[in-house]
Ligand binder design. Structure first.
Ligand SMILES: Cc1cc2nc3c(=O)[nH]c(=O)nc-3n(C[C@H](O)[C@H](O)[C@H](O)COP(=O)(O)OP(=O)(O)OC[C@H]3O[C@@H](n4cnc5c(N)ncnc54)[C@H](O)[C@@H]3O)c2cc1C
Length: 385
């Protein structure tokens, strides 16, 4: 970073949202500084996990289906550009649905309306295709054959690498919130340096409430989330691709993915955990969480009932009140944007968020009311899954 230089935009936070925003802004001609306190897609960041699901189904939320459909080819294009096409793994995504559950029916209708490819599977078809999974009597399924898994940490690093190649300057630094009101002329690092830009985008994920306690403090709820990887039995191909797809069971609140890159069969509990501080929370998974995951595994994937835990991760969701993202201006500054609230489902949307946030910044205009600060309540009532 050149301290005398003023950038068009300084993006603070090199997680999936900030990295894509910086990349898209640079592509549109802006001079961009990207800054992160701990490094792109670091181990504390919400984007720092090994893998994240990209799926098109979103119940009744058409906007997220469309964003996801837009994002997947952009991810694939970027991976091709960086020579790493396997950062997307086309595992297919299997939804385990039940009876006439409204979310399930809305997912079907929405996929159809948006023209996303899917197949509806009866219980008999589920059982014959996936003999390694136990399905309940009133189950049916949706398979999204073109969806799958993004290798998250490396994917974000690929975005940053590509952004730097295009001229984005990257810097390790922790940034303090601007003071005063009106137009922010500069922001300071914790070591006292000044960074000057025309516009500031704070894409600080679960740190947003700490950076802006007065504005975001009561509107984003970071929660502890544990992830377990179970080692598949030696030589057993039932839990790897192509036999095993990525799967989601919202009824049980579990989701998981096949053994990718031989790291183990991933399983995670989607219910929001306890409140978490992204700087200091323990990254050691709980024995209760491991026991619950094993119990679930034994009931749904009995071939893995004795599988050992080979890896664990602890991360945090950064939930808004209902799960809709936050992209809005800071109420006291004309040139400070807040971008976040990924709410446990944001990763896949990185490219769409990059395009959307860059457009808001360039046109100095808030577009989508769903993402406004005003819609972010202080009480959690999850509606987006
Ligand atoms: C266990 C788990 C599973 C998930 N599964 C999925 C999934 O399957 N599919 C999906 O689409 N999404 C999923 N998500 C959600 C998704 O990962 C997040 O929504 C997304 O990664 C959030 O990205 P972000 O850029 O907003 O935040 P982050 O990745 O946390 O990035 C914020 C960055 O800001 C930096 N920062 C913070 N404060 C400052 C400061 N003051 N100065 C400088 N830098 C700062 C941090 O170091 C960090 O790198 C999951 C999340 C978790 C935790």
């Amino acid at each position: 970073m050149n301290p005398a230089k003023s950038y068009d935009v300084a993006v603070i936070g090199a997680g999936v949202f900030g990295s894509w925003t910086a990349y898209v802004l640079r592509k549109s001609g802006a001079s961009v500084l990207l800054v992160d306190a701990y490094g792109p897609s670091n181990a504390r960041a919400s984007s720092g996990g090994e893998s994240r699901i990209i799926r098109m189904g979103y119940g009744p939320s058409e906007i997220y289906t469309r964003w996801s459909m837009r994002a997947l080819p952009l991810w694939q294009h970027l991976f091709a550009e960086t020579g790493q096409p396997r950062l997307f793994q086309r595992t297919g995504v299997l939804w385990m649905m039940y009876g006439d559950d409204p979310y399930a029916l809305a997912t079907l209708a929405n996929l159809q309306k948006c023209g996303s490819k899917f197949e509806k599977l009866s219980l008999a078809e589920l059982r014959s295709r996936y003999g390694q999974i136990v399905f309940d009597e009133n189950s049916w399924g949706i398979i999204e054959p073109a969806s799958g898994v993004l290798l998250a940490r490396r994917a974000v690093q690929a975005v940053v690498e590509q952004a730097r190649k295009l001229g984005v300057e990257y810097r390790d630094a922790a940034i303090l919130a601007p003071t005063g009101e009106g137009r922010a002329t500069a922001v300071s690092t914790t070591s006292g340096e000044r960074i000057s830009a025309g516009t500031y985008v704070f894409a600080c994920g679960p740190w947003l409430p700490q950076v802006f306690p007065d504005v975001v403090g009561s509107r984003i709820f970071p929660t502890r989330q544990e992830v377990f990887f179970f080692g598949v039995p030696a030589g057993d191909t039932r839990f790897t691709q192509p036999a095993m797809p990525t799967w989601i069971n919202l009824h049980d609140e579990y989701y998981g993915m096949p053994d990718i890159e031989s790291r183990g069969f991933k399983i995670a509990f989607d219910r929001h955990g306890e409140a978490a501080d992204p700087d200091t929370q323990s990254r050691i998974a709980s024995t209760e969480g491991a026991a619950a995951a094993r119990q679930y595994l034994a009931s749904r994937f009995p071939g893995l009932k004795d599988a050992p835990v080979v890896e664990t991760r602890v991360c945090q969701y950064e939930n808004t009140s209902n799960g809709d993202f936050l992209v809005d201006k800071h109420p006291r500054f004309q040139n400070v944007w807040l971008v976040g609230g990924g709410s446990g489902h944001g990763f896949k949307h990185g490219p769409s968020m990059g395009e959307y946030a860059a457009d808001c910044v360039k046109n100095d205009k808030v577009k989508e009311p769903l993402f406004s600060l005003a819609t972010k309540a202080a009480i959690q009532k999850r509606a987006v899954y």
